[in-house]
Design a protein around this ligand. Structure first.
Ligand code: ADP
Length: 748
């Protein structure tokens, strides 16, 4: 088998995504790899496909028990023999797993890093044929990452002990260059093929909102998105408990998660969420790593997180299945204070030296500041995120709250110059409160105490309100026209280039949301902004009905098998099923995400569901038109009953003529063409015709079944004028074919 057959057979996908192939080929050629790809990009396939092609075992080091369980469950569902070995198993279970592993039962084994040191495991590893060692969540090896795990350092030692060094592949979604350097260096990767994939998650919609009442906003949002699964992240345990109780009081099936709850309650909450029993999870950032739930449709941050890294990682738990999902941050000025409090009360790490601690504090302050600029910018939110992760070039994404807003643009260059002059005049010694107060000409005692009331700049922006000046300063910080020190004082500084930029005629434009007095605007509508659609939005009302049916069927199976629904089939696969509306096995196998093993387990039940819904008469279950074609893929060839009625039957046609007539009747914007060759293959597959070699040339012959159905051999003239045999289809045979593609009857 080759990599393509593996992808189709086990995972049900027709093709690899960008980048996956590069890493897979490198691994198969024995080269180490490092894949830096955002969540949902499809890292697992990059090591799971080669694992199935390599001769020996692949060990996957993974930091969390839940992550391993999920992956192994999904692999077993796909028909791959995989297991995990970690502390959730008893000693006897571990010995059994190792025995089976030694006997070659598993191609892929997930282990916690601590396991690599365990005597029993090492004994096994020294005997076993280990082809590859994969390090998942590889940023855990770096002290610069947020999730440093000292036990990850043991991986290198483990590799050294093996007789033969396996290929080492490492994957992470954390892209900062420091972390990447650490991974390569500490793990000892040998000239790794590195792939840093784009960080853009196109299916995610970003918004920053400043509702007056956050609870109300969340409740309305959840109610407007009932049936959908989402996570609400709060800054503190208390926030979680309060919101959780409110949601419960309103009858929302929510679960909660934070470090203050007992193990059992946390385990139960997580499970309820994963199994869709509680579609909403209210949690602190303790929740989420290792949560592979692919159908999270929204992530709301009730408070501003501490850094863009945190934000993108947490928000990125939405839409792992590639379907549209929303990431909404509810911002209020208080959030900065809460975060500062949390930072100040952070325990220093074990054995951390004072200098190290203060260096880290500075880094945290800087991160917090960048995060707050995200909440205040009036520019494209996606562009802001991507710039932060080092990707430049995007100006507007047209798929975030800011891009969907109308702004009044105002030239505030003069005011910006006055701000800069004021900061320079007081010799860059004060933070935003003093500077804004001074420029607005406020008479506060503090200002008098600092002596800024006698400055030339005092009151130079008297026409603006202090809050407006602060907002403009924030925008200048976000745009790099000002900077601030990385401490709790946030002293404003004027970067060297700023003054020059202004002298060179750089204009400062202040974009205010229409009708707003200061950005960002308060908005209480949870549904605002969302202009782009979900994949399931390509389904028309009948399609949605079918989708719901298939979803209930999935829930039913999930309950029977005690399995998270998304492991059975993803939402995306269900949508594709509605678009293709398969009525027999061959067609079902064309649905993205339906591999052989999954078909064998569930295919017939889903086919049955579709047959019942459609009554065997295939209709169009999605919106047509060029728009639909852009958003969704074209459906495989079929005709509506109306179109089929217009088929120009004749005494005899060649298969290519039938294909041509069929194609001219279809809706070309939404439906793929069918070729004569494809039609003939189907006739062959169903036993109406076959091809034989005779005197060194291919010859088509009609079977007995074919003759009965109206296929016959006739003579044709080639371009050169010689006669040869071909198959013709009489009117009965034509009706059979048209009937198949419109009413989806089978050829029997
Ligand atoms: P990551 O680990 O990078 O966050 P996953 O490995 O969980 O991402 O993959 C995200 C989703 O994309 C999964 O549902 C996975 O099955 C799907 N996927 C991965 N590769 C492909 C592919 N080549 N074609 C279609 N879907 C894919």
């Amino acid at each position: 088998m080759d990599k393509y057959s593996i992808l189709k057979k086990y995972f049900g996908y027709p093709s690899f995504r960008k980048g996956q192939e590069l890493l897979i080929d490198s691994i198969l050629n024995g080269r180490d790899v490092l894949g830096v790809m955002p969540t949902g990009a499809g890292k697992s396939i990059c090591y799971q496909v080669p694992a199935l092609l390599l001769p020996g075992i692949t060990l996957v080091v993974s930091p969390l028990i839940s992550l391993m369980k999920d992956q192994v469950q999904a692999l077993n569902q796909a028909g791959v023999h995989a297991a995990y070995i970690n502390s959730s198993l008893s000693e006897s279970q571990i010995s059994k797993a190792l025995r089976l592993a030694a006997a070659g039962q598993y191609k892929i084994i997930y282990v916690a890093p601590e396991r690599l040191e365990a005597y029993g495991f090492l004994q096994f590893a020294l005997q076993a044929d280990i082809s590859m060692l994969t390090v998942d969540e590889a940023h855990c090896i770096s002290q610069w990452g947020q999730d440093f795990r000292p036990s990850y350092l043991k991986i290198v030692q483990f590799i050294r002990q093996l007789d033969r060094r396996p290929v080492v592949s490492a994957f992470t979604a954390t892209a900062t260059s420091r972390v990447i350097e650490d991974i390569v260096c500490v793990l000892g990767l040998q000239e790794p093929q590195t792939l840093v994939a784009g960080f853009d998650r196109k299916n995610l919609y970003f918004a920053v909102e400043t509702p007056k009442k956050k609870d109300r906003y969340v409740l309305d949002y959840i109610q407007a998105h009932a049936d959908e699964s989402g996570i609400i992240y709060c800054a503190t345990r208390k926030n979680v408990d309060d919101l959780y109780e409110k949601l419960q009081a309103y009858g929302v099936a929510a679960a909660r998660y934070h470090a203050g709850l007992g193990n059992e309650e946390r385990r139960q909450s997580q499970e309820d969420f994963i199994y869709d029993k509680s579609p909403v999870m209210v949690a602190t950032n303790a929740f989420g790593m290792g949560i592979d739930k692919s159908n999270v449709r929204y992530v709301i941050h009730y408070n501003m997180p501490q850094s863009m890294e945190n934000y993108y990682q947490e928000a990125g738990r939405a839409g792992r299945d590639g379907e549209r999902a929303e990431c909404i941050l509810l911002y209020s000025a208080q959030d900065i204070m809460i975060n500062r409090f949390l930072l100040e009360n952070k325990e220093p790490g074990d054995g951390q030296k004072f200098e190290e601690a203060s260096g880290l504090r500075q880094r945290d302050e800087e991160r917090l500041r960048t995060m707050s600029y995200y909440c205040m910018t009036s520019g494209c939110l996606r562009a802001y995120i991507l710039r932060y992760f080092g990707e430049t070039g995007m100006e507007r994404c047209e798929n975030c709250f800011n891009c969907s807003q109308e702004f009044d643009e105002q030239d505030v260059t003069d005011a910006a110059e006055k701000i800069i002059d004021g900061i320079l005049e007081v010799r860059q010694r004060y933070g935003v409160n003093v500077i804004a107060g001074m420029l607005a000409g406020e008479g506060r005692a503090k200002l008098r105490e600092y002596g800024v009331c006698t400055c030339q700049a005092y009151g130079s922006l008297k026409g603006m309100r202090e809050a407006e000046i602060k907002a403009l300063i924030n925008q200048m910080l976000a745009d790099g026209l000002l900077s601030a020190t990385n401490d709790k004082y946030g002293i404003l500084k004027v970067p060297r280039d700023a003054k020059r930029m202004l002298y060179e005629g750089h204009r400062v434009l202040w974009k205010k949301r229409k009708g707003a007095s200061q950005p960002p605007n308060a908005s209480d509508s949870p549904n605002s902004g969302s202009s782009k659609q979900r994949k399931s939005d390509i389904l028309n009302s009948k399609g949605l009905e079918l989708f719901e049916r298939l979803r209930s069927l999935r829930t039913e199976i999930a309950k029977e098998e005690n399995m998270p629904p998304y492991i059975i089939f993803s939402d995306r696969t269900l949508v594709d099923m509605c678009v293709k509306a398969p009525l027999e096995k061959e067609e079902m196998m064309q649905v993205s995400g339906v591999g052989e093993h999954k078909y064998a387990r569930y295919g017939e039940r889903f086919l049955q569901g579709i047959r019942e819904y459609t009554n065997g008469v295939r209709e169009k279950y999605y919106f047509g038109g060029p728009d639909g074609a852009v958003r969704g893929k074209k459906a495989d060839f079929y005709l509506t009953p109306d179109q089929a009625d217009r088929f120009p039957y004749a005494q005899k046609y060649l298969v290519t003529e039938i294909a041509e007539k069929l194609n001219s009747l279809r809706d070309a914007d939404t439906t793929k063409k069918i070729s004569g060759a494809e039609l003939f293959r189907r006739m062959q597959a169903k036993g109406y015709a076959s091809e034989i070699m005779s005197d060194g040339i291919h010859k088509k012959v009609v079977t007995q079944k074919g003759q009965a159905a109206g296929l016959f051999i006739g003579m044709r003239l080639s371009k050169k004028g010689t006669e040869y045999e071909d198959i013709y289809y009489n009117e009965d045979a034509q009706r059979m074919i048209v009937g198949y593609y419109s009413r989806a009857m089978s050829f029997t």
